[in-house]
Design a protein around this ligand. Structure first.
Ligand code: UDP
Length: 141
């Protein structure tokens, strides 16, 4: 299996609920390395650009509104099979469907406030990492 990088976002609900450390511990405990990390307040434009693929979906406006409602933590996770492993740790999009012990089962409150984002393919990971971090800001360890 290849070493991959993937973009993870701890969303405003989980940041506001004080779950940053607990969520990052899930990544580290699973063997993923934090290769980059920062807390930022997304602008409307940044949030719209990040979720551009969803712009025709009925939930787009509320998703953007939620993502700018408070600071987020963005991090690059690195490790074997990092993209799929992160998706597994996150659990299903709707926390009601998320397997027990996943981040969304434990920390999300609704599909619209579901604690974390994670890239869902190698192409998305590449685009999303570059959306938030320059090459110099990502550290292989
Ligand atoms: N979302 C929502 N309502 C829906 C479906 C999705 O608010 O009915 C939001 C949710 O926050 C989700 C994001 O849109 O995380 C992106 O949706 P996607 O299907 O890509 O899910 P993910 O990859 O985040 O699991």
């Amino acid at each position: 299996m290849a070493v991959e990088r993937t973009l993870s976002i701890i969303k405003p609900d989980a940041v506001g609920d004080n779950h940053i450390g607990a969520i990052i511990a899930r990544f580290e405990d699973a063997g993923l390395k934090i290769a980059a990390l920062k807390m930022i307040q997304l602008t409307q434009k940044q949030a719209e650009g990040f979720y551009a693929e969803h712009k025709e979906r009925p939930f787009f406006a509320s998703l953007v509104e939620f993502m700018v409602s408070g600071p987020v933590c963005v991090q690059v996770l690195e490790g074997e099979n990092a993209i799929a492993l992160n998706r597994e740790l996150m659990g299903a999009t709707n926390p009601d469907d998320a397997a027990p012990g996943t981040i969304r089962a434990d920390f999300a409150t609704a599909v619209s406030a579901n604690a974390v984002h994670g890239s869902d393919s190698p192409e998305a990971a590449k685009r999303e990492v570059a959306y938030f971090f320059s090459a110099e800001e990502v550290h292989s360890r």
